[in-house]
Design a protein around this ligand. Structure first.
Ligand code: ZN
Length: 667
């Protein structure tokens, strides 16, 4: 999916003000014994951090997850209401309520055992030649199992009005290719643990100890071959490197597989050309994966099927899965309550049905109008910021302003809800429900090939506590889930709202002009609209940001990757600056002291406090290696170090930690 979320987390009701302060500032979260010019994140969040350890069932706990928990309760309430069987129950309630019921029914799930998966496992075991491997690959892709490579539909990067077929790298289980290739002790240990985990899963599925061990090693070898062919995350961030329009004959030359049979088998409409994001990847896996025997393919397919289905299988599979993917890799000590996991399953499978019910209770027209005003103020400020840039020529400025003008603002929920009428939901069949929902999502995606792009589409569900920018739709999108306290509360001081929700809006707008976004024009097409001189100036400025964040330590000896996090950090820095400009424009010099703080000080506190968080060391490591977002403390301190406006607001002096001697500024 080509979109940029505000953070990579997945999961609002009207709330009381967070604290009993005049402004609505959460003064209880602060640690005022810390000097704001030494560590502003600690100053704003120190007390919160000390009193909010990561709960046992989480790897990370912050303001986003707090809000997520509150949303989850609202959703649970909706779903449990819908689950009550009664005459006249709507089709919508039947679907979300019965899906949830099937997920909660562990007795039925345990009783069925491996039976729902058995026909597919039998087919895999019966494969005896390459043709049958292809047939099985098609079957797995139809049900959304991500083996070997990814295939789907996406807007043509150079003509975003049309949606084309797209083939990309995929097929790994561990969070990144580097997990297979690095030789440091931690990576070696992780692979050993991974092999142990696979062994246990194969044993649960009925293999002898010897067979399970052999299969686990085979899968690791198979995936390591795929990892070697895969491009790293930083190079995949460059949209030009992902754009290769090929004919089917050209694809055939890369990998001599029955592509025509594959495309037809997965249900894709006819097409002539497609985008292959990594031609080298396809060529290399075709050349290096085993072709003389089907055994490795059997082990690899079986493993992916078990892995994906673990959450719908008896508890023994789920527990084993939790032990590796959560306890070991992220540091969570226990699973989330089953009801929470089942709410997430319904949101993932039937998100637009749940979203319709959610906005009825959690999002009114007032909120939409108020956020709309905030978006307008940010829009104006970014325009002013672009006009005032000392390093950009007028030609590029004009093009940038045209792009800004073309941004579509989507607030709350999508214009059109997805249709789930073809998805049958049974009250006692979690496995079948999940399979049918996954197949429907997959088919829905593929049917877009060759059609005009639907630019109103969202890539997040409505209750999600997050926001995103879509470069190809040139749109900023704010699901209803995030439009609440501590991000936005119409009853509190506006400086806090500008620092929190305003910054989030500015962040998403700035994504249109970060190192990836700047390569797309206002129509969402990959096209260079920069003069060479301005392009070089931009690259010089983002290099400063990349170097700055590369200096930050995530955990132990793991540093942030300044190039992986570059887009997000650029958006944080730009977004905060334009949010402050928008606030100052709204205040027009009216300075009022509230809770002992000036409006600028409250603005920075409102910003910092959305990033109060605690994480397990395991999760910090995984985030640093895979996540394009910096941890909360660096999103705050890394950004503010660059801002003279912050330093002025808190009277920080040169030489103090929150005053960078080499301040970076792009936007
Ligand atoms: Zn972002």
């Amino acid at each position: 999916m080509n979109y940029r979320p505000l953070l990579a987390l997945f999961a609002l009701p009207v709330l009381a003000l967070a604290a009993d302060s005049a402004s609505g500032l959460d003064t209880a979260a602060m640690n005022k014994s810390v000097d704001p010019c030494v560590d502003f994140h600690q100053y704003a969040c120190g007390n919160w951090i000390a009193h909010n350890p990561v709960p046992a069932d989480r790897a990370r706990w912050g303001r986003f997850t707090e809000l997520n928990d509150r949303n989850e309760k609202v959703l649970l309430d909706i779903i449990q209401g819908a689950a009550v069987e009664r005459p006249g129950r709507s089709a919508l309630d039947q679907k979300i309520g019965d899906f949830f019921t099937s997920c909660m029914d562990t007795a039925a799930i345990n009783k069925k055992g491996l039976a729902p998966l058995q026909p597919e496992l039998d087919r895999i075991n019966a494969m005896s030649n390459r043709e049958e491997v292809l047939v099985e690959l098609v079957r797995l892709h139809r049900r959304g199992v991500g083996v070997l490579f990814s295939f789907g539909a996406q807007p043509d990067a150079k003509d975003s009005t049309r949606t084309i077929a797209s083939l990309g790298q995929g097929g790994l289980s561990l969070p990144d290719r580097d997990y297979y290739l690095k030789t440091d002790p931690k990576s070696v240990e992780t692979r050993q643990r991974y092999v142990e985990h696979m062994k246990k899963m194969f044993r649960l599925a009925g293999d002898s100890p010897e067979n399970a061990a052999a299969k686990a090693q085979t899968v690791l070898d198979f995936e390591t071959t795929i990892a070697k062919a895969s491009a790293d995350r930083v190079s995949m961030r460059d949209p030009n490197k992902r754009y290769h329009i090929l004919s089917k004959q050209e694809l055939q030359a890369l990998a001599p597989w029955d592509w025509e049979g594959y495309f037809k088998g997965v249900g894709a409409p006819a097409f002539e050309t497609l985008n292959v994001s990594g031609p080298d990847f396809i060529k290399q896996i075709a050349a290096t994966l085993p072709t003389d025997t089907v055994n490795p393919w059997q082990a690899y397919f079986t493993w992916h099927l078990l892995r994906q289905a673990a959450a719908q299988l008896p508890e023994a599979f789920e527990n084993e899965s939790f032990d590796f993917w959560q306890r070991y890799l992220t540091g969570a000590k226990e699973p989330r309550p089953r009801s929470a996991r089942c709410v997430a399953v319904v949101d993932r499978s039937l998100g637009d049905l749940l979203g319709q019910k959610y906005i009825e209770v959690a999002f009114g027209p007032d909120a939409k109008a108020q956020i709309g005003q905030l978006v307008d103020a940010l829009d104006k400020a970014l325009g002013k910021d672009i006009q005032g840039l000392p390093w950009m020529t007028d030609t590029t400025k004009k093009a940038a302003l045209d792009k800004l003008k073309a941004i579509t603002n989507n607030v709350g929920y999508p214009k059109k809800w997805r249709d789930y009428s073809k998805v049958t939901v049974a009250r006692d069949d979690l496995f079948g429900n999940s399979l049918r929902a996954a197949e429907a999502i997959q088919q829905d995606r593929l049917q877009r090939i060759g059609k005009p792009t639907d630019k109103t589409e969202w890539s997040m569900t409505t209750p999600t506590v997050n926001a995103f920018y879509s470069p190809q739709n040139n749109s900023i999108n704010f699901p209803a889930g995030i439009l609440q306290s501590p991000f936005f509360d119409p009853r509190r001081d506006i400086a806090l709202n500008y620092g929190a929700a305003g910054m989030v809006i500015g962040h998403e707008m700035t994504h249109g002009f970060d190192d990836q976004g700047r390569k797309f024009d206002g129509d969402g097409n990959l096209r260079d609209w920069w003069t060479p001189k301005d392009g070089a100036e931009f690259e010089k400025r983002v290099a400063c940001v990349a170097d700055e964040y590369s200096g930050f330590t995530a955990v132990d000896d793991v540093k942030l990757n300044g190039r992986l996090t570059l887009g997000e950090n650029t958006a944080d820095n730009g977004g905060l600056r334009v949010a402050l400009m928008a606030l100052q424009d709204t205040l027009k010099g009216k300075e009022s002291l509230l809770d002992g703080f000036t409006p600028e000080q409250r603005f920075f506190l409102g910003f910092a406090q959305i990033w109060c968080e605690n994480s397990t060391p395991q999760s910090e490591r995984q985030q640093a290696l895979t996540n394009p977002h910096s941890p909360g403390r660096y999103r705050v301190d890394g950004t503010l170090q660059n801002m003279p406006e912050f330093q002025k607001a808190f009277s920080c002096k040169a030489g103090q930690p929150m005053v960078s001697s080499n301040a970076c500024r792009v936007w």
